[in-house]
Design a binder for this molecule. Structure first.
Ligand code: UD1
Ligand code: CA
Length: 456
């Protein structure tokens, strides 16, 4: 946005959070509150964040290279916080958008509309307002007869008459920079909190006959501040509901949505069904026709068409079409599972590729392995990939049948079309089309004690 600078106020402690971690660093729906606020003003000429309480920690936590940090050493109030930015805004004559670091649900479009109104009306200040049934601790908007804004009065300093006003200050403003800084030099801290209120510049500008616009919006949630963990959970619920609503509208079936958590970064195609108690996070992409859950956790994974994932954990994996996973499978990072493969109960796959139609159906651990297609891995097969120091690889060729309860001591290479007898411990490579058997031969011996002695 040309000739527009954003200032985000985030120096306050957030006492009501009762936390060692600064409020703005708490996560809402997978991202820090301050990150979400900062994203609202992506594309502005400059982004300034005013930091104070635990400023080093806040600065360290924000990776956005476009942000300029300004310190407010003592938290003397929101007006004092804005004043600190004057030194980095010398000669700036454009518009300043001011946001609170604790109001993350605000939409980019709403800020755009506020700026448009501000310009159209040729105002020096414009503020987003909202009518609230219970305006409690919010500052109240006092209007002039012509509808422009006369003053903002903080709840703590308001008379009973003013407290009855339902129109509140959102704490989101646009100011013409020059006029704002000149007014900020005139504010005092003679109020109930002993703070320099940013809101006091409104009555100063009004007395100077400057035009101040109140831009009223209808959805109070967009501007609600997060002051404690209850409000954090409520705001997160609101965001989560919106994501699920959009998915359902776009053709995804969600059974019992109140138990489902899908982050907004996730992409899901139509005709996929999400069953109850399922969590889908990060950069996950899911194609159509899948059934996910009940009770599944999927993160940073690519899931092709018609995949079933029941009661399982899948992260950092790529799953091809028609694969069936679960119940109770654990698919870990850097795993690729080929078309129509089957991973069953209590099987864990780590950093491995599993070929088409291969089955790992019961109680197996497959790590650092490359498995071809049409392989059958018998129940209880373990790739012994770790020698206490290093990880080693296992390779298995197409059409091989691994009998139940086999140990494959890596590094080891099993060829194509091999048959491994159940219960084997394989320590050497097996060539194609051979039978490997590596267990003690069964012996039958005469009993020294008659079996009748042991029978009751
Ligand atoms: C503020 C407004 C109030 C409005 C409400 C909307 C003032 C005086 N009041 O009240 O009219 O209805 O927001 O949410 O502005 N901050 C600093 N340094 C300070 C003090 C505050 O950076 O010295 C920051 C805080 O971190 C926060 C923002 O300014 O992000 C607002 O401060 P806060 O104390 O939360 O003000 P409210 O009482 O909520
Ligand atoms: Ca607040």
């Amino acid at each position: 946005m040309k000739n527009t600078v954003a200032i985000i106020l985030a120096a306050g402690e957030g006492t009501r959070f009762k936390s060692e971690t600064p409020k703005v660093l708490h996560k809402i729906f997978g991202k820090m509150i301050i990150e979400r606020v900062s994203e609202i003003v992506d594309g502005f000429d400059k982004k300034i964040i005013v930091v104070g309480h635990k400023s080093e920690l806040v600065k360290k936590s924000i990776s956005d290279k476009n942000v300029i940090f300004v310190e407010q050493n003592k938290q003397l109030g929101s007006g004092d916080a804005v004043k600190q930015t004057e030194k980095v805004l010398k000669n700036f004559t454009g518009d300043l958008v001011i946001l609170s670091g604790d109001v993350p649900l605000l939409k980019k479009e709403t800020v755009g509309k506020l700026l448009a109104v501000h310009k159209k009306e040729k105002a020096v200040a414009s503020v987003i307002t909202c009518e609230m049934e219970n305006p409690s601790h919010y500052g109240r908007i006092i209007r002039n007869a012509d509808g422009t804004v006369k003053a903002i009065v903080e709840a703590k300093d308001a008379s009973d008459e003013i407290k009855k006003i339902k129109e509140i200050n959102s704490g989101i403003y646009v100011f013409s920079a020059k006029e704002l800084f000149s007014a900020l030099h005139k504010i005092k801290n003679d109020n109930s909190k002993g703070e320099y209120y940013l809101t006091d510049v409104i009555s100063i500008l009004n007395r100077e006959k400057r035009k101040i616009i109140g831009y009223k919006i209808s959805d109070f949630r967009e501007i609600s501040g997060i002051n404690n963990r209850y409000e954090l959970a409520a705001a997160e619920n609101y965001m989560r509901d919106k994501v699920l609503e959009n998915l359902m509208i776009s053709g995804v079936t969600i059974v019992n949505p109140s138990t489902v958590y899908v982050e907004e970064t996730v992409e899901i195609e139509r005709d996929t069904t999400i069953m109850p108690s399922t969590i889908i996070k990060g950069k996950t992409k899911i194609r159509s026709g899948c059934v996910l859950g009940p009770f599944s956790y999927i993160e940073d994974s690519i899931i092709d068409k018609n995949v079933e994932i029941r009661a399982s954990f899948v992260y950092g994996a790529e799953i091809a079409a028609d694969v069936k996973i679960g119940p109770f499978s654990h698919i870990r990072k850097e795993t690729k599972i080929g078309r129509s493969a089957r991973i069953g109960n209590f099987s864990e796959i780590k950093k491995s590729s599993i070929g088409e139609n291969t089955k790992v159906s019961h109680l197996s651990y497959i790590g650092d392995s490359q498995l071809g297609k049409n392989i059958n891995i018998g129940a209880g097969t373990i790739t012994c990939n770790y020698d206490g120091k290093n990880k080693h690889k296992t390779e298995i060729g197409d059409y091989t049948f691994v009998g139940s309860n086999t140990n494959l001591i890596a590094p080891v290479k099993i060829g194509r079309g091999v048959l491994i007898a159940a219960g084997s411990t394989i320590t050497h490579d097996v060539p194609d089309n051979k039978l490997a058997i590596a267990r003690e031969r069964q012996v039958i011996k005469r009993l020294k004690v008659k079996s009748s002695v042991r029978e009751d």
